[in-house]
Structure formats: structure tokens, C-alpha cells
Design a protein around this ligand. Sequence first.
Ligand code: ATP
Ligand code: MG
Length: 351
Amino acid sequence: MSLELDGVERAYGDATALRGIDLTVRDGEFFTLVGPSGCGKTTTLRCIAGLEAPDAGAVRFDGTDVSGVPPEKRNVGVVFQEYALFPTMTVRENVAYGLQFDPPEGGSVDTRVDEMLALVDLGEMGERNPDALSGGQRQRVALARALAPAPDVLLLDEPLSALDARLRDELRLELKRVQRELGVTTVYVTHDQAEALAVSDRLAVLHDGRVEQDGEPESVYESPETRFVAEFLGENNCLDGRAVGGETGGSTVHVGSEAFDVHGDYRGPVTCCVRPESLDVNATHNRFEARVTDAEFLGDAYRVHFDWNGRPLVARLNDAPTGRVTLGFDPVDAVVLERRGSDSGRDADSE
Ligand SMILES: Nc1ncnc2c1ncn2[C@@H]1O[C@H](COP(=O)(O)OP(=O)(O)OP(=O)(O)O)[C@@H](O)[C@H]1O
Ligand SMILES: [Mg+2]
């Protein structure tokens, strides 16, 4: 089942939650909506589920407009952030609950519940009550319950956020495995950018009720189109400056008293974005001196914070240097964003 949202708008009184959401989720895809709190992720999910009616725009399932189709007729499974299991029912009864309106074709409810519990690795836990389960196990029951009626679309709203970090990592792998095994079209909501990058076939970055950018995780990470995406999805050093043409195929970006070579032809106000992993003490290009202010040990590397003429910078390095350090970066590793409109007025760095 493919999904399409076309100019979906939704306001609550004078609070506008969605300002025109356009996106396409392909059949069988694991698609993630990622963005900060309040950007409209849950509202988008509710519009897909039919729990919310858009004020404008259309939601289409396999090309067919589903406005007017009630939630229970959309064949959508939903897992919300709170597990919302029935505390007085056993695990089996919880999973079977989803089947009472929609018994499995050609099989018994019992068989289907067994299959689902096996799928989420809870085969032994069927007779327990939810309060005798860990948070991760409860979340898996909620997933099994949503999947039991064999939905065409699975909607997951921050299903792992109540869990501790290690369990979250484990469970998201499992979620991905289950999703792939069933091939169910899935829309996953998270505000955790690392999680979004890790699990998604494709993702959309939402900002203030709009899709700011969508695509495969690698391509959105490597080629952000706006400063918001550059800074939200992974860490970034975004330096405002002014570009002048350079040799063929390149430009020079002036930031403060430094001049950096970058690829591509740019003129005027720009933001030069360099990832922490692209800053290197051994780089042969674009070298400049900065002062170490702090270092955090990450296990496999250090996250080193710098002050560069009053600007904070962060680098991912193999060692934790102190004092003044020369950093540099390869011109290919800089992403240059043109600044337009009101942005270009605030061009303090280029003087
Ligand atoms: N029932 C409602 N009544 C009024 N305003 C609402 C309602 N539901 C959502 N909003 C507003 O719409 C905007 C989008 O809300 P939404 O719940 O979709 O955000 P979200 O991206 O899911 O955020 P979070 O990450 O915090 O869950 C917010 O500004 C929110 O305050
Ligand atoms: Mg939400």
C-alpha cells in the first residue's frame, strides 16, 4: 500500500499544526517523520489514520482519496507512545483484541495470536498480564496487537521513547526486522534524529508544519538543503559568510578573517556547513586555528569543542587536544547553502 499526502493542512483554533504537508510513502517502505516537538508529526500520523480530518489537501492510499473513510475502515495499525495495553487482560487477550472486529481469514484467532507473539519474541509470555512485563516487552505486545489484523499500513508514534537507550537500540532493530518480514508500509515518528537516520528507508524532516526535506537518510545527511536540516539531522558547524567566485569549479567563502575554498560556484551571502567528522587536525586544506574549550570521550572518539573567534565549533577527533589547535577540512566536505531574503541582511560574519 502506498501513501500520499498532498497539501495537507490542519489548524486547531488559531494554532496551525500543518501548513501543507506533501509526501509520498512507497509500498513496503519504512518511512520516518522526524522533527522537533510541536512540528506536526503526530497530527500528520492522525490524518493518515483518519483520527483527524485535514482542513485542506488530500490523503491517498494507493492513489485513492480516503477522506470520509473512517479509521476502522482504513486497515491501519497504530502504536502510540504510551503502550495503552489493557491491564486486566493477559498478553494473549491484548493481542487478540485487535482481531475481534476483524477475524483472520482462513485461520483461527489463537493461531494468529501465536504467530504474532512469536514474531515479537514473546511466545512464552502469553498468559501474563502487562504489569508483569518490562517496558520493552509491553511495547512489543503493543506492536503485536497492531500487527495482528494484518494492516496495510503501520503507524508508529514514538513507540520507543519511554525505554532506556540500550533497549531502544535493540527494539528498533527488531522493529525493522518485523517490518521487513511482513513488508508492511510503515510510517514511524520520532524526534530523535539518530534513530531516524538509523532505521529509515527514507525520511522527511518536518519543521513548523511543513516538510523541509525528504529522501534517503544518507542523501539528506550529506546534502541538506536548508540550514534547519543541516543542523537538525546530525551535528553541524554552520558558518555564515560571503562567497566570491574562485578557480573553475570552486568558490571562496569569506568567514571573518578566513577564506575557505569550497566546491561549486557561489556568489553572495552563504552558509558554509562542515560536519564535526569533516574537521581534521591533519587536513591539508582550509586550515585555521581554534582554541579547545572542552572534550567529551565517546568511546571510539572524542567530541571536541572549540572556540574560533567567538564562534563555537565541534569536531570529532581521535584524540583530545588542548590549547590552540590547527583544524582544516577538505573543500568537498563543505555543504554551501545560499542565504536569501532577510537572512542575507544579518551577514555579520562576512565583514
Ligand atoms: N488538539 C489540539 N488542540 C490544539 N492544538 C493542538 C492540538 N494537537 C496539536 N496541537 C498543536 O499543533 C502543533 C503540532 O502538534 P503535534 O502533536 O502534531 O506535534 P508533534 O510534532 O507530534 O510534537 P511532539 O514531538 O511534542 O509529540 C503543536 O503546536 C500543538 O500544540
Ligand atoms: Mg507527537
